[in-house]
Design a protein around this ligand. Structure first.
Ligand code: ZN
Length: 79
């Protein structure tokens, strides 16, 4: 979950373990998975938007439980 102060990022908390991630001057300073999904008409959550953040260890544990590994590509131009 994320908290903003006048649109400036103030706090990021991992939804799974509850740990507060490092945010400095409105910039997230560690790895984080930001999930956002609109469940549409054909789902059981018709019209709900779900949003959450996972710290990197929780993300790694989550994808480690997948039967099929995540697709992986390299981004060469990081900001
Ligand atoms: Zn976590």
């Amino acid at each position: 979950m994320r908290e903003y102060n006048n649109e400036k990022l103030k706090k990021v908390i991992c939804n799974r373990c509850g740990r507060e991630l490092t945010v400095e001057n409105g910039i997230l300073k560690e790895g984080c998975f930001k999930g956002k999904q609109l469940f549409d008409y054909f789902s059981d959550k018709d019209g709900e938007i779900h949003e959450f953040d996972l710290c990197e260890p929780c993300y790694d544990e989550w994808i480690g439980s997948f039967q099929i590994p995540v697709s992986l590509q390299e981004e060469t131009e990081l900001l």
